[in-house]
Design a protein around this ligand. Structure first.
Ligand code: 6PG
Length: 469
């Protein structure tokens, strides 16, 4: 029976939550899962929302249940599973039906899938916010043909998170893989925000000797100020939680080895291809990789002994808060600059202010500072965020604190790679005469690569045999 206005494949955690969200907003949805029992269980547990859900036992039945032209959301693991699902689905669909990949796809895969000459239409859609976001309002970053986006926009805007001003956090970012690209940068920033929080947590725990409860209270306090954000909020809750097994703080029983599915790494790799510096994100990816090398780290501590780490009063939690504010601004400035670089390189017109706006609610990196970033980017999207007056002023006030924290960390062996990378980048960005003249000299010395001169003279190679002194 053809009753559904949209379909969804893949009733895992995210798929189930998204399907319930769609059903709740009044759109009848047909669902299918590879394991039929999962579909039946989902339907049985849907409560009153079951009235808007059509469970189906085969792909054919799913397709027949949706009104043409059809739109079907894929919520299956990124990579081969998406290709396999498209291959199985495509023969059952017409050319004007639409497949929407809502997983965490690599945007290069989305570009490839969008370029397919035959088969149904295709959109790539980044969805952020975890299970709760998918269920009650995610942030949605779409990519593909604008007309296809417009066709399903009523559903997506209805299910998306709403920012404080009521604007739905669902935006078309551009052609092909643009949506998944923006989602990848979101995840790179997610890694960076998390790493910087972990670094200040380390300063408080190891440098200041604060117990988890005090650290929780500090994060909670910060969440009431400039640093208000979902990640700071949940960090307070993580730090406050108690392990039911041991009655110890939960944080104190968790192994310090971070997992990753790879989206932050994609951002770092792509940034290198684009020659767009995102050192805070790169440091965050590095931090996760180092964290996972537990045996080597244990061997390192056995060989060199632990770093002294304990500070003697040189850093206060107020200084840490200011340092975090600086680190966050620097990280986002890098992320938005990378998006600008991609826009130019891939021929997209990625809407920077809109991206800041779509990240204001629903997604993992949502924060109040994104409101101000959206304003600054709408004044001048081509200007690096550190040069927007509002953020220049904030950096002037906070970078001295960042410097103090990074310096104290370096002196006492408290690793702060992301905060340090932000600071080094800032110092390079505010230095008109840097040190790359030495690199150019070296390149010319061993490879006759040539250089430009400050005085503009038309001589582009050195006489390397001529030495002073
Ligand atoms: C989101 C998140 C999500 C991501 C997880 C896990 O925006 O909702 O980015 O998509 O998959 O956060 O990512 P890692 O396993 O790489 O940490």
């Amino acid at each position: 029976m053809t009753t559904a206005s949209i379909g969804l494949i893949g009733l895992g955690t995210m798929g189930s939550a998204l399907a319930l969200n769609i059903a709740e907003k009044g759109f009848p949805i047909a669902v299918w899962n590879r394991t039929t029992a999962v579909t039946h269980q989902f339907y049985a547990e849907a409560g009153s929302l079951a009235a808007n859900i059509v469970p189906t036992d085969s792909l054919q039945a799913l397709v027949e249940a949706i009104m043409p032209p059809r739109a079907i959301i894929l919520m299956v693991p990124a990579g081969k599973a998406v290709d396999d699902q498209i291959a199985a689905l495509a023969p059952l669909l017409s050319a004007d039906d639409l497949i929407i990949d809502a997983g965490n796809a690599n945007f290069h895969d989305t570009n490839r899938r969008a370029a397919a000459q035959s088969g149904p239409r295709f959109l790539g859609m980044g969805v952020s916010g975890g299970e709760d976001g998918a269920r009650h309002g995610p942030s949605i970053m779409g990519g593909g043909d604008r007309a296809d986006w417009d066709r399903i926009a009523p559903v997506l805007t209805a299910i998306a998170a709403k920012a404080e001003d009521g604007a739905p956090c669902a935006t078309w970012m551009g052609e092909a893989g643009a949506g998944h690209f923006v989602k990848a940068v979101h995840n790179g920033i997610e890694y960076a925000d998390m790493q910087m929080i972990a670094e200040v947590y380390g300063v408080m725990r190891d440098g200041m000797g604060l117990p988890a409860g005090d650290i929780a209270a500090t994060f909670d306090h910060w969440n009431g100020g400039v640093l208000q954000s979902y990640l700071v909020e949940i960090s307070a809750r993580v730090a406050a939680a108690v392990d039911p097994l041991t009655s110890q703080p939960m944080l104190d029983v968790i192994l310090d080895s971070a997992g990753q599915k790879g989206t932050g790494r994609w951002t770092a790799i792509e940034a290198q291809h684009l020659a767009a510096p995102v050192p805070v994100i790169e440091a965050a990816v590095m931090g996760r990789n180092v964290s996972a090398r537990l045996d080597e780290r244990r061997a390192g501590e056995a060989r060199f002994g632990p770093a002294p780490r304990r500070l003697s009063g040189e850093i206060t939690v107020e200084t840490l808060e200011q340092a975090m504010i600086a680190g966050k601004i620097l990280c986002y400035a890098q992320g938005f600059a990378m998006i600008s670089a991609a826009s130019a390189s891939f021929g997209w017109a990625l809407p920077l202010p809109e991206i800041a706006r779509v990240w204001r609610a629903g997604c993992i990196i949502r924060s109040s500072m994104l409101n101000d970033m959206a304003v600054a980017l709408s004044q001048d999207a081509g200007r690096n965020l550190i040069l927007a007056p509002e953020f220049s002023a904030r950096l002037e006030a906070t970078v001295p604190h960042l410097r103090q924290v990074v310096a104290a960390g370096a002196l006492h062996g408290l690793a702060c790679p992301a905060l340090g990378a932000g600071l080094a980048w800032f110092d390079m960005m505010r230095t008109a005469r840097g040190t790359a003249n030495m690199i150019q000299g070296q390149r010319d010395f061993f490879g006759a690569h040539g250089f430009d001169r400050l005085d503009g003279a038309d001589v582009h190679h050195g006489s390397w045999g001529n030495t002073q002194g």
